[in-house]
Design a protein around this ligand. Structure first.
Ligand SMILES: [Fe+2]
Length: 252
């Protein structure tokens, strides 16, 4: 049976001066991998880190992204891949001076917020995420929370995310976590979150050839365990609050 047309809401596939695609050529190489693996809509989501972290969204980085994005978008459109803009936003970036809509996933009323990973010291990240999620909601957006399974507080106790899911916010696994690509702890947490029924989306969080933008392998793994009916909505973008679905209607 054919795979669905995947919608990938989290990928560092356009140059922005972060740790994702380093050049237009690199971006095209990554987008080719996405198309060949069945992705039809791909959101380019550069890091918008806190000012104290590695990749805050400086004016220079924004210019790099703004310049590169249309070049890559127009090239990959010929391959049947719809590239859209977005950002991966660290929760504290959504402070009083910021309009969350400036960071939304283009064509949706959703914003991708980053769960602090093991590389940051956040033993109690939920209040920070709730605060950012509330600001997003006040701006008419639904939060999509990236890689909860990579956060030690969550892998220690996956039940702490349930109140977020109960608000109608989307928990978005890194699909490679399901394959063990982020280590055994994240793999175990990812499957537990699925088992708990609190995850609604899986995305690639692609950063390069060693972390490519492909969803097909994780899709097959979920399909094997839970069946196609359960797997498809995690990967086809159908749960997103679309303002403009575009090619996301191309679902087999
Ligand atoms: Fe990311």
């Amino acid at each position: 049976m054919a795979a669905p047309g995947f919608v990938d809401v989290h990928a560092h596939v356009v140059p922005s001066g972060d740790d994702g695609a380093a050049s237009i050529e690199h971006a095209l190489e990554l987008c080719r991998i996405a198309v060949d693996a069945g992705t039809r809509v791909l959101f380019a989501t550069p890091h918008a880190h806190a000012p104290w972290d590695r990749y805050p969204l400086t004016p220079a980085r924004r210019r790099t992204y703004d310049d590169a994005f249309p070049v890559v978008r127009d090239a990959v459109a010929a391959w049947g891949l719809e590239l859209r803009r977005g950002f991966e936003v660290f929760p504290t970036v959504l402070d009083h001076d910021v309009d969350p809509r400036d960071y939304r996933l283009d064509g949706t009323d959703a914003v991708l917020l980053e769960f602090p990973g093991w590389w940051l010291d956040y033993p109690d990240p939920i209040p920070m995420l709730v605060e950012a999620g509330r600001r997003a909601e006040a701006a008419g957006l639904v939060p999509v929370l990236a890689h909860p399974e990579r956060c030690p507080a969550v892998s220690d106790d996956p039940s702490i995310v349930r109140p977020l899911a109960e608000r109608g916010w989307h928990l978005c696994l890194n699909a490679p976590s399901l394959l063990g690509d982020h280590g055994g702890t994240s793999e175990k947490a990812a499957w537990q979150l699925l088992e708990d029924g609190v995850v609604t989306i899986a995305a690639s969080d692609a950063h390069g050839l060693e972390r490519p933008p492909r969803l097909d392998l994780a899709f097959r793994a979920v399909e094997r365990r839970y069946g196609r009916e359960a797997a498809v909505p995690l990967f086809d973008g159908s749960v997103l609050p679309w303002a403009d679905r575009g090619a996301a209607t191309v679902v087999v």
